[in-house]
Design a binder for this molecule. Structure first.
Ligand code: ATP
Ligand code: MG
Length: 444
């Protein structure tokens, strides 16, 4: 390896903070001031990892552009330039003041300034209004470190004004309270509750982003408890149905169950199940939140799997009344659900139901669901086929064996073969399956 290569190599191995220091030194050497700001100052103080570093500087955007080799003019009029370093990118934003907020959302005008403290003053919460210089010294004019220690969310300045300027801050506040497992300062909470109506000015995409981060975070129950108590979500631009309900007694057990499943999708699915929301209504809520196709699929698959299991389990339970009731009666609806919904949705549904059962919130189908929760994972391990591609038979094989022409029956035939293999009634060998198909499907 040549010396030049080693240089490139070591540059590429620089960590996020080392490269950030390079960016700051470059600004400092040119006579400007530069600080790390926001989450990258806050999160290390609470032992959380940092994934991106934002930098604030006295340099004007065009001066930042001129200083660095590779930049992206992300939001020049708002003062933000993305500096592209070998391994990471950095948003470098000129110190600014915001004035004339429009429609309880973004500022109409920004004014570039030279003063760090003024720049920190425009930030939402004290814990987000700290800056760290290149020597690691923290500038904390609003008591962010003290609030962080006490796990308190407090607006910078007069809370009422800050929420009126930008209604998104209410959702952000709940998200940070949730992140910290903390509480709101009294005046901040009062202002949030008094101004909750202005959430209707916030784009649903932004509400979803905050909701997702809060739900995926370390204390989702805290965030949701605050949402319920404040009634904030009832004022979203579009109705969020059960998710916006404020009936504390209904939420109580659900919030206890929330942390028992991971991922935002599973947790939202758990809340929807707990509120007995059906698939159509769930889809409406998720669309109101502008959830992506993947987010909707993941959540709706849980509801679909759960509904199928409940129906299958109820039928098995009814049959068990006359036949003595072996758990095996639940295996067929279980396998059918696996086929219809897929393994992920099925497993997620089991996890959500189990979590709800654990807090006594499993609803009317508890008895019908019990065998699935007890044996589901073991059954799943026993089932060697996950989809039609896993059976030792193709549509072509079936047509040849039956000498029939293709039609909707073909899929039904393959599905029945799949189910029989899944339930262990047929061995997954081509000759065995062909034999079954010839007998059962020749003349139908
Ligand atoms: P995370 O990246 O974990 O969401 P963060 O604090 O870095 O947390 P960002 O949205 O990246 O949040 O914003 C960076 C900083 O910009 C914040 O820490 C805060 O100081 C400021 N900020 C962001 N959004 C707002 C807002 N709506 N009102 C006031 N200040 C804000
Ligand atoms: Mg950030």
């Amino acid at each position: 390896m040549s010396g030049g290569d080693r240089n490139v190599d070591s540059l590429e191995n620089k960590t996020l903070f080392e490269e950030a220091a390079l960016v700051m030194h470059c600004l400092l050497n040119a006579g400007f001031s530069a600080y790390m700001v926001g989450g990258c100052v806050r999160d290390p103080l609470i032992g959380r990892p940092v994934y991106d570093v934002d930098i604030a500087t006295s340099a004007r955007p065009e001066q930042v552009v001129a200083l660095f080799q590779k930049v992206i003019p992300t939001g020049l009029q708002h003062g933000t330039v993305t500096v592209v370093m070998p391994q990471h990118t950095y948003e470098v934003t000129t110190f600014r003041k915001e004035t004339a907020y429009e429609g309880h959302r973004r500022p109409e005008e920004v004014e570039f300034i030279d003063d760090l403290i003024e720049d920190l003053r425009r930030r939402d919460f004290t814990i987000n209004a700290m800056a760290k210089d290149v020597h690691g010294h923290i500038h904390d004019p609003f008591g962010g470190q003290a609030d962080l220690k006490q796990l308190v969310i407090r607006c910078v300045g007069i809370a009422e004004e800050r929420f009126l300027e930008d209604a998104l801050r209410m959702m952000r506040g709940v998200r940070f309270a949730s992140l910290l497992g903390g509480v709101f300062a009294k005046s901040t909470w009062k202002a949030l509750c008094a101004n909750r109506k202005t959430l209707s000015f916030v784009a649903m995409e932004r509400v979803r982003d905050e909701l997702w981060k809060l739900t995926a975070g370390p204390n989702p129950a805290r965030g949701w408890a605050l949402l319920v108590r404040s009634g904030l979500l009832a004022h979203a631009k579009e109705p969020l149905g059960a998710l916006a309900s404020t009936e504390a007694a209904l939420w109580q057990p659900l919030l206890c169950a929330l942390g028992s499943v991971d991922t935002a999708e599973k947790r939202i699915a758990l809340l929807l199940l707990g509120h007995e929301v059906d698939e159509a209504e769930a889809q409406r809520i998720l669309q109101a939140l502008r959830c992506s196709g993947a987010q909707q699929d993941a959540i709706l698959a849980v509801l679909r799997a759960d509904a199928r299991l409940a129906a299958g389990g109820t039928a098995a339970l009814a049959a068990a009344g006359t036949h003595g009731g072996a758990a095996s009666a639940w295996r067929r609806p279980f396998a059918e659900t696996l086929f219809a919904v897929g393994e992920q949705g099925l497993c997620d549904a089991l996890a959500c139901r189990r979590a709800l059962l654990g807090v006594g919130a499993a609803g009317e189908h508890t008895a019908a669901m019990q065998p699935f929760l007890q044996h589901g994972e073991a059954w799943l391990e026993d089932i060697s086929v996950r989809g039609l591609r896993d059976i030792a038979l193709t549509g072509g094989d079936v047509l040849q064996a039956t000498k029939r022409t293709a039609g909707p029956w073909l899929r039904q035939c393959l599905e029945s073969v799949w189910l029989s293999v899944a339930l262990g009634e047929l061995v997954n060998q081509q000759e065995v399956l062909l034999d079954y198909v010839r007998k059962a499907w020749n003349e139908q």
